[in-house]
Design a protein around this ligand. Structure first.
Ligand code: TLP
Length: 339
């Protein structure tokens, strides 16, 4: 099967497994796992941030950050199709008792003017208090779209002016960095907290790291514990994350090249109505009404290809570590042969 459903489906390579086998471990709830510490420090250092917290998933790092930044009766400003709102099981309400101000983005990207207009005046008791602004880069539902740095700088300026923390769901931040040539350290300066996933394009089997100030990360340890995310000999997993950070970042450019190729092939097919601009490794497209999505996915399956349905007539293809040029040729062939 050629699995284009997500970049979460990758399996560890033998070199990554070897790094996991070799890991030195301890009980991380006692803060005694040297490999977890090494991963948290390495991830934080990349972004010029003080500290990191290793967690099982990006959902957990995002939700821990939201909980630590907010109190009940507050509000989080985010894009209306952001992962933290749409795909984290209503966790903002469940964990944090907070409300959301949902803004329509341009392929997921917000502007500083939109964000500023959504900040609640604090002298009116009818309103929740705006306590967090959250951005997503790359933006999943936006088709892997990337922010330009000046757009983030303008939003960060608003956040600072109002004294509101700024969080980044950077599940695919390395895709954005590789695609745009931006510097991770700029992000460390602009955001208060960043969630980075190791188990997407970077190819680790499990894991995300939440980055922030030393004091903030200290506070998040208790929240991770109450969510059941305190892991013991987690160094075996952290070793995969360290390996991924050291070896699998630059190669994301290959995934982006393959995604662009897929986008071009799709745009040339008569049954495709629209392909969102391909900026990184996600390719989101809409089928014409005459081509039912269910039948399209079934046709792909019969040709050994699986993909995700992403809304009515919308499909997502994702390129990743386990998609080769040879597989891409087979996908191209199947897409061209559909009648
Ligand atoms: N996204 C998954 C699905 O949940 C949709 C995928 O296949 O793309 N932030 C962003 C932007 C994400 O895309 C994801 C996963 C997460 C957070 C959550 O990460 P995990 O799956 O580790 O909880």
């Amino acid at each position: 099967m050629i699995d284009l459903r997500s970049d979460t489906v990758t399996r560890p390579t033998s070199a990554m497994l070897e790094a996991m086998f070799q890991a030195r471990v301890g009980d991380d709830v006692y803060e005694e796992d040297p490999t977890v510490k090494a991963l948290e420090e390495a991830a934080a250092a990349r972004f010029g941030m003080e500290a990191g917290l290793f967690c099982p998933s990006g959902t957990m790092t995002n939700q821990i950050a939201i909980k630590a930044h907010t109190q009940p009766m507050s509000e989080v400003i985010c894009e209306q199709t952001s992962h933290i709102y749409l795909w984290e099981v209503g966790g903002i309400a469940f964990h944090s008792g907070a409300s959301v101000a949902l803004l329509p983005g341009n392929r997921g990207r917000l502007t500083a003017a939109q964000v500023e207009a959504a900040i609640r005046p604090d002298d009116n008791v009818h309103y929740p208090i705006t306590q967090l602004i959250s951005l997503e880069n790359t933006h999943n539902r936006g088709g892997g779209s990337c922010y330009a740095l000046p757009e983030i700088e303008a939003i960060a300026e608003v956040a600072r002016r109002y004294g509101i923390p700024l969080h980044l769901d950077g599940a695919r931040i390395f895709n954005a960095l590789v695609a745009t040539g931006q510097d991770a350290r700029e992000y460390g300066l602009l955001f208060d907290t960043i969630s980075v996933c190791l188990s997407k394009g970077l190819g680790a089997p499990v894991g995300s790291v939440l980055l922030g100030s030393r004091a903030f990360i200290h506070k998040t340890k208790r929240i991770r514990k109450v969510m059941g995310g305190g892991m013991r000999q987690a160094g075996y997993l952290a070793a995969a994350g360290l390996y991924a950070l050291e070896n699998n970042v630059e190669r994301l450019a290959d995934d982006h090249r393959r995604a662009r190729q897929l986008g071009e092939t799709l745009a040339a097919q008569p049954y495709v109505a629209e392909v969102l601009p391909v900026e990184t490794n996600l390719v989101i497209f809409r089928l014409r009404d005459e081509q039912p999505a269910g039948a399209f996915l079934e046709y792909l399956k019969q040709n050994g290809i699986i993909a995700s349905s992403f809304g009515p007539q919308m499909i997502r293809f994702v390129t990743h570590l386990d998609v080769t040029d040879e597989m891409l040729a087979r996908v191209t062939e199947a897409l061209g042969s559909l009648r």
